[in-house]
Design a protein around this ligand. Structure first.
Ligand code: NAD
Length: 304
C-alpha cells in the first residue's frame, strides 16, 4: 500500500486535511493535545498516538511523512523538539512537513534539527481555508532544500490539495504565505467596509454581492467567503462566524508579516492599520470568531 502518514494538530484545518489522507487510503496515525478532536478520524480507521514521538515511531522512514498543522511557532518547536517530540523518535528519511503559518526562522531551525536526524524538513503553509481543506483543494506553498524531498512529498500534497507550488528553499513557502495573508487581511477588511457602506445606504447586500462578484472588486472575500450573513451558505458568516480562520490567527499572521517586513525594510502602512482594526475587533469579542467578523465589528461601530 501507500506509505503511512502521521498528522499532528487536528484543529479547523488539520482535521479535514488528515481526513483526506485517510480517504486516499493512507494508514494514518494522529495526535492532538486534545484527544477528543481525533474521534471522527479514529472512527474512520486512524490510530491515535499519545505523543508526537509515538506518531514518529509509527511511521516508516523511507516514503513515510509526518505533517503538523499547529497554531504557533512555539507549538511547532514543542512538537518537534520537546521531550516526547517528533525528533526524539523519527526514523531517518522520514519527511517532516510543517503546514502551520509561523516565523520563517522557525522553519529554518526545525530544518537544521531534522537534518541532524537524517530527515528532510519542508515548510508547506496553505491557502484555501477550512472549506479548501475539506474539499482537498488547498494551495500548498512549499519551501524545500531538496528536489527529492519536494518530489517525495508531492503525492501527499495532491491528496489534500492542488498541485503544490515550490517557492524556493526552506522558509520560502512561509515568505510567500505571509505576503498572501497580508493581502487577504486588507481584502477582507475592504470587502466588509464596502458591504457596510452599501447597507448604510439602504442597498440590498445580495445586489451588491451580485455586482461586486462580476466587477473590479471581485475577490475571494466577496465571492467565496463573503462576511455578510445571508449571502453564502456553508461559510462562517452563515453560522455566527464559528470555525473558519479566527481573528486571533489573522492577527498572528499580520504580526509575522510585519516582523518579516521590518526585517527587510518593506513598507506596510495599510497592513499596520489593518492590524489595529483587527486588534480592536478582537478586543470587542471577535478574537475566536472567523476573521470575517470584522464586518460585524464595523456594523457594531456604525451605531456608536
Ligand atoms: P486550530 O487552533 O483550530 O488548531 C490547532 C490544533 O493544534 C488544535 O486542535 C490544538 O489542540 C492542537 N495543538 C496545539 N498545540 C499542540 C501541541 N503542542 N501538540 C499537539 N497538538 C497541539 O488552528 P487552525 O485554524 O487549524 O490553524 C492551524 C494553522 O494553519 C495556523 O498556523 C493557521 O494560521 C494556519 N491556517 C489556518 C487557516 C484557517 O482558515 N483556519 C487557513 C490557512 C492557514
Amino acid at each position: 500500500g501507500l506509505p503511512g502518514v502521521g498528522f499532528i494538530g487536528l484543529g479547523n484545518m488539520g482535521l479535514p486535511m488528515a481526513r483526506n489522507l485517510l480517504k486516499a487510503g493512507r494508514r494514518l496515525v494522529v495526535h492532538d493535545l486534545n484527544p477528543a478532536v481525533a474521534a471522527p478520524l479514529t472512527a474512520a480507521g486512524a490510530t491515535f498516538a499519545s505523543s508526537p514521538a509515538e506518531v514518529a515511531s509509527a511511521v516508516t522512514g523511507e516514503g513515510g511523512a509526518v505533517f503538523t498543522m499547529l497554531h504557533s511557532g512555539a507549538a511547532v518547536r514543542e512538537v518537534y523538539t520537546g521531550a516526547d517530540g517528533l525528533l526524539s523518535a523519527c526514523k531517518p528519511q522520514t519527511l517532516l512537513v510543517d503546514c502551520s503559518t509561523v516565523e520563517p526562522a522557525t522553519a529554518r531551525e526545525m530544518s537544521s534539527a531534522a537534518a541532524a536526524h537524517g530527515c528532510d524538513f519542508l515548510d508547506a503553509p496553505v491557502s484555501g481555508g477550512a472549506p479548501g481543506a475539506a474539499s482537498a483543494s488547498l494551495t500548498f506553498m512549499v519551501g524545500s532544500d531538496s528536489d527529492a524531498a519536494f518530489a517525495a512529498a508531492t503525492p501527499f500534497f495532491t491528496q489534500m490539495g492542488k498541485p503544490p507550488v515550490r517557492c524556493g528553499s526552506v522558509g520560502a513557502g512561509l515568505a510567500v504565505k505571509l505576503a498572501n495573508n497580508l493581502a487577504l487581511s486588507l481584502q477582507m477588511l475592504a470587502t466588509a467596509e464596502a458591504f457596510s457602506l452599501g447597507k448604510a445606504q439602504g442597498v440590498d447586500p445580495h445586489v451588491l454581492a451580485q455586482v461586486m462578484n462580476v466587477s473590479t472588486a471581485r475577490c475571494w472575500s466577496s465571492d467565496t467567503y463573503n462576511p455578510v450573513p445571508g449571502i453564502l451558505e456553508g461559510v462562517p458568516a452563515a453560522r455566527d462566524y464559528e470555525g473558519g480562520f479566527a481573528t486571533s490567527l489573522m492577527l498572528k499572521d499580520l504580526r509575522l508579516a510585519l516582523d518579516a517586513a521590518a526585517a527587510v525594510g518593506a513598507p506596510t502602512p495599510s497592513a499596520e492599520h489593518a492590524r489595529r482594526l483587527y486588534r480592536l475587533s478582537a478586543e470587542r469579542g471577535f478574537a475566536s470568531r472567523d476573521f470575517g467578523s470584522i464586518y460585524a465589528f464595523l456594523e457594531a461601530a456604525r451605531g456608536e
